[in-house]
Ligand binder design. Sequence first.
Ligand code: ADP
Length: 586
Amino acid sequence: MSKADTTETTEHGVIQSVSGPVVSARDLDARMNDVVYVGDEGLMGEVIEIEGNITTIQVYEETSGVGPGEPVENTGEPLSVDLGPGMLDAIYDGVQRPLDVLEGKMDSPYLDRGVDAPGIDLETEWEFEPTVEEGDVVEPGDVIGIVEETVTIDHKVMVPPGFEGGEVTTIEAGSFDVTEAVAELDTGEEITMHQEWPVREPRPSEEKMTPRTPLVSGQRILDGLFPIAKGGTAAIPGPFGSGKTVTQHQLAKYADADIIVYVGCGERGNEMTEVIEDFPELEDPETGNPLMARTSLIANTSNMPVAARESCIYTGITIAEYYRDMGYDVALMADSTSRWAEAMREISSRLEEMPGEEGYPAYLAARLAQFYERAGYFENINGTEGSVSAIGAVSPPGGDFSEPVTQNTLRIVKTFWALDADLAERRHFPSINWNESYSLYKDQLDPWFQENVSEDWPEKRQWAVDVLDEETELQEIVQLVGKDALPDDQQLTLEIARYLREAYLQQNAFHPVDTYCPPAKTYLMLTTIETFNDEAFAALEAGVPVDEIIDIEAAPQINRIGVQEDYEEYVEELKADITDQLRSLY
Ligand code: ADP
């Protein structure tokens, strides 16, 4: 998103009034969603309302000091992002200005207003390797060559969707910057490594398909109980301090996507700083490559202008779609969509629109839906398959899920990971409430887990869910009459459920081994607890007192599976120990 390239302004208007991020101008010849430059400093904004001679603009930069009489220039173009190599390993603000470049341009660590920089570096040279030859016929979306963008990712250079396409007349390997033509077509069209795309328009695709592969996260409760598909949508609502950010970070680090787009939207600056400082040091657990090599970060912190929260969400999803077009699986995390909704509310109230529920604009639900609808598993226009998974954190005030942002999000997303303040308080992490959370992808992903982990994956999961449900019911009785009043078999069920909670559902994001749990380990942990369950009930039936069963030495070792690197061996021995010790009691 830049005015650094050749965009020429066409019309001038004059500022009539300024109200926070909302500016009215008169005499501006503009269309809805045109990008304009506001005031003497040329702050970037977008037209959001036109009434007669008055144009209303939301400004993506701080507007203090800007006043009536200053000029407004219209670019005549919609808000667009620059797409091309160099977006990975980059950190952007909400309007795709690279933060490191901006820091270099300015004296202070804060972003100056009106400072502009193109979203991708125009001077870096990339080694272009053609994948088509002169004489080949190419169509929009087709890949014509690759450049090695980072150690992990080959950037596919594609014919832009708006092109006519035709026969390749010249194409050559070599070193090019993103503005130089790497290929020419007989139509006269020149293909560079740089594309621009209007952020509010989804990039075209051939077909949206049913997703059937999980986005494996290495988080037991997610993969095991509430999986999200590649191309799926998920929401993580939770009160302050319940673990939204840690969960998003875990996904950004460990989800088996090719590309991660992380949008920090309106969250506190220190959380984003953590991301910016942490991420560059992290390594991919599989390849050992730096994780930033597959990551694009967009940082719009709470002290940055509110209107840019919207643009950062749209910028993020457009970048995600662009890598999807290359045939990659992309996961986008947005933390937090509530801050974006609050920005909509603020702008809407300054526009004096009729407020909907709790002051949010009536179009809140439609906007959220438009964002999540851009996720999916797609057949691309070039015939490849790619996906965008969208995972949004929601921060309901006071943790009350009945508020409009949570409720509207719930209607759209297919995976719901409900964070719970009580669990967080008890230091049960991740504090995802297993009674309230759900995944509508479970059934369609089962075949993948059956094929790649174990045939009985669905049954094991159901067993765990049943035990946990039973525990919830029994807990109500326990609260009334105490645990000792329960019959032995129910006491034993509570003990099994305790292991499910403590060993299986809890997972320490800060333990070097436990932080990532492959599906095979998730499965083996469950079967270990089930072994304990089956052997324990057999012992009970044979007349062994429940206290003796619970007290066997091996049982507490279940809680140590998570931290074992050589888990297969450990689990095998543990299952044998549990069986031996319980059978020796009768
Ligand atoms: P939120 O973003 O919802 O305000 P955070 O993600 O910052 O909450 O989490 C708050 C704290 O909870 C973290 O600083 C950490 O101590 C703890 N926590 C959250 N999730 C985990 C986890 N999976 N493992 C260990 N600790 C966690």
